[in-house]
Ligand binder design. Structure first.
Ligand SMILES: Cc1ncc(COP(=O)(O)O)c(C=O)c1O
Length: 410
């Protein structure tokens, strides 16, 4: 074995992660999806759990689009027309009509001049931030930003980088002021919705502060928002945290096609000059294949639905299921973070109890995510539930029934 020494070192690293409790561990394999039937939403059969039906309370497919017949049909139709893969990167011969149609649709959806798609939101963030950073740029980032922003900052090697306290606009303003006369360009970057807690950046206030100090920097303050959990699922019409906070338009908005939109991929939308620049400079766009044409066609169908009455009723249902679940949890005496976003965190505040509750939920056919330190601060150990529009009232009651049983026996 030529690399057995390295193998031993890597095994030790994985053991360390396990000891620290930060290893992700065994992945559940979904072997079958059972379509909604009567009062029941979809159910899932998992490898190793013979015949047991699970309700998924940890899916990002907030609008339930990934299983919707209309969306599957749109994808199937496009796959017959364009094949299963793009065959090349965009500037070679991998730009197919559905890619461009989707970009136009996304920019219109968010009221922007242009948009471009990537293979995932993770690489969209990296491919957007890195080219915008010069040796005279400083990045100011919320302390709880997603891992893709942290790595984008590392990759871009700015003149300096700093974090502001989570959601704290006064701290952000102080940080901006501290770079006056010391940097030409500032990039302020934040998640829209923060995925661990379902809380949101006060984009109205952040945008106001950015505008207030913009003229003090030779090359502007650019506000970049990654609203991967917000787009599609948050705001009256699903336009995300921008819509919810009524902040106007941030400079650069990033979203995913793989959560509320139910498909796969990522995108950035902004002014035409920014997008033209990124098409020429973002390595993850230039040197990596796009999503498939059929995935693009599926998202186009999702956006058409969202723009119509059907979209309103799906979002109404999602909100009403979220409120029903939150109320049920509060009635049972659980501590939760209440918000209008379908992420519903139950604060357990203890690592062993979190693991115990996740185990109990699995034994009783409910999939949810336990979050422990260092993913969340010590003392904030949480079970993260995510409500989807394909959950029915019966599903929510069933999950609450399981949680009631847990309360009674613990
Ligand atoms: C804020 C944020 N950005 C980006 C991503 C990555 O999304 P994708 O799966 O499209 O790469 C996630 C996913 O968890 C996220 O929460």
């Amino acid at each position: 074995m030529p690399i057995n020494k390295l193998g031993n070192i890597l095994n030790c690293s994985v053991s360390d992660l396990r000891k620290k409790g930060t290893a992700k561990g065994k992945e559940f394999i979904i072997e079958k999806v059972i379509k909604p039937q009567g009062e029941k939403g979809p159910r899932y059969l998992l490898k190793g759990f013979e015949g047991k039906e699970f309700i998924k309370m940890n899916s990002n497919s907030y609008l339930g689009m990934s299983l919707r017949e209309e969306i599957v049909e749109a994808e199937e139709k496009a796959v017959r027309e364009f094949g299963v893969g793009p065959g090349a990167v965009r500037f070679i011969s991998g730009s197919l009509k559905p890619h461009r149609d989707l970009e136009k649709k996304l920019s219109a959806f968010h009221g922007r001049e242009e948009a471009m798609i990537f293979s995932a939101a993770y690489v969209t963030v990296m491919g957007t931030i890195a080219p915008l950073v010069t040796p005279d740029t400083v990045i100011i980032s919320d302390e709880l930003n997603h891992n893709c922003i942290i790595n984008a900052v590392r990759l871009s090697r700015p003149k300096d980088k700093t974090i502001f306290k989570h959601l704290d606009v006064s701290d952000l303003e102080e940080k901006i002021k501290s770079y006056m006369g010391k940097a030409k360009r500032i990039i302020v970057v934040t998640d829209g919705i923060f995925s661990m807690r379902g809380d949101y950046a006060p984009l109205d206030k952040i945008n106001e502060i950015v505008k207030k100090h913009d003229d003090k920097f030779e090359e502007n303050i650019v506000l970049v928002v990654d609203d991967s959990h917000g787009v599609g699922a948050f705001g009256k019409t699903g336009r995300g945290t921008e819509e919810y906070t009524n902040c106007g338009k941030v400079d650069i908005l990033i979203g995913t096609l793989g959560k509320a939109f139910g498909v796969n991929g990522g995108y950035v939308t902004s002014s035409a000059n920014i997008i033209t620049f990124l098409r020429e400079t973002a390595p993850m766009y230039i040197y990596s294949n796009p999503i498939t044409a059929s995935e693009a066609a599926a998202v186009i169908r999702v956006l058409e639905m969202l723009e119509g009455k059907q979209g309103d009723s799906i979002l109404d249902h999602l909100r009403s299921m979220t409120k029903k679940f939150e109320k049920g949890l509060l009635d049972l005496g659980f501590e939760i973070i209440v918000s209008d976003h379908p992420i519903v965190p139950v604060l357990v505040r203890n690592t062993e109890k979190t693991a115990e509750l996740v185990k109990f939920l699995i034994e009783n056919g409910v999939l949810a995510t336990g979050l422990n330190y260092p993913v969340v601060p010590k003392g904030d150990e949480t079970i993260r539930f995510q409500v989807n529009a394909d959950h029915t009232a019966f599903d929510i009651d069933s999950v609450l029934e399981v949680l009631k049983k847990y309360k009674e026996t613990n």
